[in-house]
Write a protein that binds this ligand. Structure first.
Ligand SMILES: Cc1cc2nc3c(=O)[nH]c(=O)nc-3n(C[C@H](O)[C@H](O)[C@H](O)COP(=O)(O)O)c2cc1C
Length: 303
């Protein structure tokens, strides 16, 4: 029998498959169609200090092999997340969670981290310094090594939970930023967030997305994500959660061979709500076919 367990900062996951933040909400809709307790963990929707309605519509543009989203961190705000969403999620999912947080100032990141620190079910705090869909904040912190390190230090000061920094691919040197976060005390790195993209409706001669640009993700970005996971995993000594275009068990194995200790699945959940379930079910057979007895053994096996 294949051992699919992986460990992130002392937390053992039954398997490495985790729905990516913003593509699984708080699990409710998915729990109606399958038992979500099969998931390794869940990175729930990005939480900000205040409630956010998100960006104007339309905010999704379909592309070949992917999609552009400009949701803009729609969420009820950290108080409501802790008061309502997390207790509801606890009824349908009983494993440690990944709390994805975002901010428009260091203080806002601190407020969210403090709140998540008090939540017993939160195992890891994933700090999004890479959202391309909000102005002044979000990605602004993730495109510069100094500011990414500043957010890391600030969050680390207010929590004892492991802190993973989620990086943007919209940078020249992702390794420099990942290393700055590691030096600032990060316990892990998540990557990648979406690539800044755009579509134009040639009939209306207007951008498809109301906000003009958005974050491109889905299978088309997989090779870019894999390359960045490989580069970062080889440069840091902390775990890397890999994501970007993962939609099959083979993609999970490829990401892990590149250096990912666990893998998140994003856009695939929007195309096929059973995506994570199918990947988890396919993994053991594919491992057997490839002669893998223990999934953790392949992490970073490609040098
Ligand atoms: C609709 C949508 C909403 C997202 N919201 C968030 C978010 O709130 N926080 C975050 O860190 N990433 C967010 N992301 C980025 C994903 O978590 C993931 O990093 C990215 O989509 C790449 O993975 P994929 O190619 O599998 O979609 C969102 C992505 C999509 C498609």
């Amino acid at each position: 029998m294949v051992d699919t367990r992986v460990v992130l900062s002392g937390i053992t996951l039954d398997n490495p498959v985790i729905p990516a933040s913003g593509t699984f909400g708080y699990g409710r809709e998915f729990a109606e169609i399958y038992d979500i307790n099969i998931l390794g963990s869940i990175s729930f929707k990005g939480t900000t200090k205040d409630a956010r309605l998100g960006n104007p519509l339309p905010r999704i543009a379909e592309c070949p092999d992917g999609l552009i989203n400009s949701v803009g961190l729609q969420n009820p705000g950290v108080e409501a997340v802790c008061r309502e969403e997390l207790p509801n999620l606890a009824k349908i999912y009983q494993k440690p969670l990944i709390a994805n947080i975002s901010g428009f100032s260091i203080e806002e990141y601190i407020t969210c981290a403090r709140a998540m620190d008090k939540e017993p079910q939160v195992g890891i705090i994933e700090v999004n310094v890479s959202c391309p869909n909000v102005h002044n904040g979000g990605m602004a912190y993730g495109v510069c090594a100094d500011s990414a390190a500043e957010v890391t230090r600030a969050v680390k000061e207010v929590t004892t939970k492991p802190v993973y920094i989620k990086l943007s691919p919209n940078v020249t040197d992702i390794v420099e930023i990942a290393k700055a976060c590691e030096d600032a005390g990060a316990d892990g790195i998540s990557l990648i967030n979406t690539l800044l993209g755009m579509r134009i409706d040639i009939k209306t001669r207007k951008p498809v997305i109301a906000n003009k640009m958005g974050g491109f993700s889905g299978p088309a970005i997989f090779p870019v994500a894999l390359r960045m996971v490989y580069q970062v995993a080889n440069a840091v000594n902390i775990p890397v959660i890999g994501m970007g275009g993962v939609s099959s068990a083979a993609d999970v194995i490829e990401m892990m061979m590149a250096g990912a200790a666990a893998v998140q699945v994003g856009a695939a959940n929007l195309v096929n709500p059973y995506a994570c379930k199918e990947i988890i079910e396919e993994l053991p057979a594919l491992c057997e076919e490839l002669g893998i007895e223990k999934l953790a053994d392949i992490i970073g096996i490609v040098k």
